[in-house]
Ligand binder design. Structure first.
Ligand code: GSH
Length: 117
């Protein structure tokens, strides 16, 4: 059984962390059995969440986690994509994780207390 370490669920959303949502959504969509353990970044190997434990291996970083899951259990979700579709998916992933991520962090944390919730 895969163990997913992530932040505690908050309000009515799966997780406050985009990267934790990314991994839990992948596990659900790929129908891989998993359990969630709630923790905080200070207590985990590289100081960031999410990370997983599987068959004695600890893996941090959502990119490396997905690589591990896909190479270990197969890639049922992306199997039907053409090379062009995989390239477009990679471009959107970069846009969302490396650019739009910071916009959402800014609106959550930076310019108004009212944004918090
Ligand atoms: N590149 C990492 C980013 C993970 C990340 O930034 N996690 C944040 C929460 S969204 C975190 O744990 N931050 C704790 C900290 O920086 O102290 C991934 O894809 O998993």
């Amino acid at each position: 059984m895969i163990t997913l370490y992530q932040f505690e669920r908050t309000w009515d959303i799966p997780n406050l962390s985009h990267f934790c949502v990314k991994i839990e959504t992948y596990l659900r969509m790929a129908k891989l059995p998993y359990e969630v353990v709630c923790t905080l970044p200070l207590k985990v190997p590289r100081g960031k969440l999410p990370y997983i434990e599987d068959n004695g291996r600890k893996i941090s970083d959502s990119l490396l986690i997905l690589d591990y899951l896909q190479s270990t259990y197969g890639d049922s979700l992306n199997a039907g994509l053409s090379s062009e579709e995989k390239s477009i998916a990679k471009a959107f992933q970069r846009l969302i994780e490396e650019h739009l991520y910071w916009v959402s962090m800014y609106t959550r944390w930076s310019y108004s207390d009212a944004n918090w919730q």
